[in-house]
Design a binder for this molecule. Sequence first.
Ligand code: FE
Ligand code: CA
Length: 514
Amino acid sequence: MDRGLSRRQVIAAARTLALGAILAPVSAPIAQPRRFRDDPFTLGVASGEPASDGFVIWTRFAPDPLNGGGLPPEAVPVQWEIATDERMRTVLQKGSATAHPELAHSVHVEVVGLEPDRPYWYRFTAGGQASPIGRSRTFPGRGAPADRLRLAWASCQHYGAGHFTPYRHLAADEIDLVLHLGDYVYAYARDDQVRPHPANAVTLEEYRNLHALYRTDADLQAAHAAFPWAVTWDDNDVENDYAGEHSAYAASTADFVRQRAAAYQAYYEHMPLRPGALQADGGVRLHRTLQFGDLAQLTLLDNRQFRDDQPCQTATKKAGRIVHDCAERLSGDRTMLGWEQEASLFGHLREPTGHWRVIAQQQLMASTVARDRAGRETAWSDGWDGYAATRDRLFGLIEDVRLDNVVVLSGDVHQYWATELRRDFMADGAPALATEFVTTSITSPTSDWPKHFRDRPYVSFVDWRYRGYARAEITPQQWRTDFRAVRSVSEPTAEAFTLASFTVDSGKAGAQAT
Ligand code: FE
Ligand code: CA
């Protein structure tokens, strides 16, 4: 049997099954506006993808959020409003939309025609019920003068591992954009949980209920309602350590392609993404660039959907692992981003626009390659060291174009790191090409393995003790990062504090402790 052909056919069949419902919503005719007996806005509201003339607003009708949503399979009409004040007194725009059962009664409205660089408020109404009011904002237009941008970034929030207390503190900050860098949900339970969490998700229904559980959290809802977000995913949003269409656990590629499509669809349904983000082939387009006036170009990457499988795997070792003397990890034929995304990123970096170049992505970009006692080289196969050629091409471009204000924002490792990104991490005195700031997890636990790397010359800071988030205040002259930690996530009332702060001066890569 031609296994290759057979595999392709099976995958194509799996895709068709998963996609029929999404691409051609076939909901029953819109019912008369229903009156909801129970609050349908249990998952709150969100906004995202801020542009100079608008943003996306989101909600999902789910009167019974943990059990499929609780609505019959019919379309629900919904109204939305945009106002210039927090009490919704001066309404600038109104519109109607339809929540389709094929998309879990989620609503994604792309609002346009607004003024640049100002706050707006929004809400939804349906069947005699009004949603909470959310606040969003537009960005200054491309090239328009902008003197300050305030970012926050977060990652890795296992709901069972702790309370989302960092988000309560984040919601009280003044932030222009929140970046989520992946592991928004985890499709497995832990044995050290402080809150109940479902076991493995595989089906669309299970991924929907998983997202809904996370979104019932009041602190997470508050952070979504307070600021626009731009999100990208990592492995656990689907399954630990998956790579492209390769799973370390699924019985077959066809099974995993079906599971991945379910996870991708549920992710789209619960995020304030543009309606066009959900692709005809079952993918979700997450690599994109946002522009904040003349101050910053923000590029989000998707390190999971298009990556090659981890290097130096064996028939029994398919997850991320420490590999020894693995030459495959250096191969120039391998890609972490997929060739199309890599070309798109490099194209954006070549554009003469934006004072700071922000690359928001999932994983620690600085190297953790080391030597074991036997003198063998060791590398973590699931991280950037497993895809070293992609990183090297990026660093080569930064050198060639002489980009001197690149800041990489990362997550995944559940630790705070500040690093200097260098063409050759091991060479003494190699110049810093860019600065990296890694946020810790919101709740997910870690261990003390970074202690082996903290004395390296390119590691400016590392701390594994705290959960929290990171924020930055960016001006043309200087970047400032605060690592905002909470003392505990096993009880819900911990205070937040600034664990460490760093500045980066314009034109000089590298984090300076303040
Ligand atoms: Fe994680
Ligand atoms: Ca992983």
